[in-house]
Design a protein around this ligand. Sequence first.
Ligand code: SF4
Length: 218
Amino acid sequence: MLNKAQVRYCLDTMGEMFPDAHCELNHSNPFELVIAVALSAQCTDVLVNKVTKDLFQKYKRPEDYISVPVEELENDIRSIGLFRNKAKNIQKLSRMLIEEYGKEVPRDRDELVKLPGVGRKTANVVVSVAYDVPAIAVDTHVERLSKRLGLCRWKDSVLDVEKTLMAKIPKDEWSVTHHRLIFFGRYHCKAQSPRCETCPLLEVCREGKKRMKRKEAN
Ligand code: SF4
């Protein structure tokens, strides 16, 4: 596991590599962000942005989503994986926002996770991106990176990863680190082909060292 100085080194290096890391899901208000993140499960941000370009023109408020038959909404998002389930959840979520939250997206993570289709990761993205509340959403990139680098243990659950990162990273850097880890995982330390040879974190990365050793042996 990385020591304090090594964690600092990783954070600073990722900051230098991706100073402008940000949420890549297009949205113009918290409600659109909730819809975009709900659509993004097992789907790329690029595809979600393609779909929400028209979707957010047609549906602006929770009322708009429940004013159409679910089949119509399914049709509007059908290029996205799990579209039937997602359409159903978006309508349920919209109804709940109207009936229980005065049409506003709650700012509290514990309230957000009560919305259909909104898990802890989505709630963390929404509070940090829409409301500037420090949070670390653990998606597939954050989990992979944290484990490869030795910020966490291989056997850690997603919740363990979140807790460990919160303990090791200063609170005022949680949200930006979440984005930087995602950019680092998306554009540098990819799942199938991490760029260890040119990685500035190689000297502290247990996975990178292992991979380089294997390469040299071959
Ligand atoms: S050394 Fe390799 S595995 Fe480690 S962070 Fe860099 S690219 Fe990823």
